[in-house]
Ligand binder design. Structure first.
Ligand SMILES: [Mg+2]
Length: 256
């Protein structure tokens, strides 16, 4: 195994959507951190990493200095120093940019009649370097659990509503990139921000080349949010659910 760093997507790869790291995954990640640098990269914000990853009991005694966290696709980068998480860099929107984006997203919801009556938590979340609209609210899975995931999956299975919304909003804010995010979400970022962007930033920061990295994700087909990493030329493994990720990690640990 010549890789130096193993990078993972979060939702659907290390844990079920917006859920905590399963115990088995915490265990294997702990072991992986003894031998490799590990990166977790996701469109979610840092607080989501705290909730889903850092809260794991299995990581309490882990070598966290080997863990590199890249929320919002690497527009923020965190490392652990003396047991505290520190920001290496952050690339945030200005207040004026945020306001313009939020106005455009609201206009899209109302003009296309996509505003839902029953929502859970905030609709538009300020992730500092990314603004995310979640049509059913950010907290639906926290509040409803498994049922929340089912409602999300049923809202727009063919992506037509999200695509319509994206097409409406994009010309209102042409200086930004408007993307379909998860099952019910639209993400707005500066142009060119995706997981490949995050990987490039990480390589610069750690003096790595593409060949040093192995990436594991659940959306590596064209159009998927992990695909840019593969397209960029980093060796990538596509898994279907977190149990397969655990197997991949166990296999890596077995051959070192
Ligand atoms: Mg995923």
């Amino acid at each position: 195994m010549t890789k130096k760093l193993i990078a993972f997507d979060l939702d659907g790869t290390l844990a079920p959507s917006k859920s905590a790291l399963p115990e088995r995954m915490g265990e294997v990640l702990n072991r992986l951190l003894n031998n490799f640098m590990v990166c977790v990269i996701s469109g979610g914000k840092f607080e989501q990493f705290q909730k889903q990853v850092l809260s794991s009991n299995k990581l309490k005694d882990a070598k966290l200095e080997n863990l590199h966290l890249m929320p919002t696709c690497g527009t923020r980068y965190y490392v652990s120093k003396n047991k505290k998480w520190e920001v290496v860099y952050e690339e945030n929107f200005t207040p004026r940019q945020k306001q313009k984006i939020i106005t455009a997203l609201n206009k899209g919801l109302d003009s296309l009649n996509l505003r839902e009556k029953k929502v859970y938590g905030e609709l538009i979340e300020d992730r500092l370097s990314q603004i995310t609209l979640s049509v059913l609210g950010q907290d639906i899975v926290d509040v409803l659990g498994e049922k929340g995931i089912q409602i999300k999956e049923a809202w727009d299975p063919d992506n037509l509503k999200k695509e319509k919304l994206r097409e409406f909003v994009a010309p209102l804010i042409p200086e930004f990139e408007v993307k379909v995010g998860g099952l019910t979400s639209i993400d707005v970022t500066k142009p060119g921000i995706d997981k490949a962007y995050g990987m490039k930033k990480l390589m610069d920061g750690l003096n790595l080349v593409k060949e040093d990295i192995l990436f594991v994700g659940d959306r590596l087909s064209p159009g998927g949010n992990d695909y840019p990493v593969k397209e960029f030329g980093i060796d990538s493994i596509e898994i279907n659910h977190w149990q397969e990720t655990a197997l991949v990690v166990e296999t890596i640990l077995a051959v070192i």
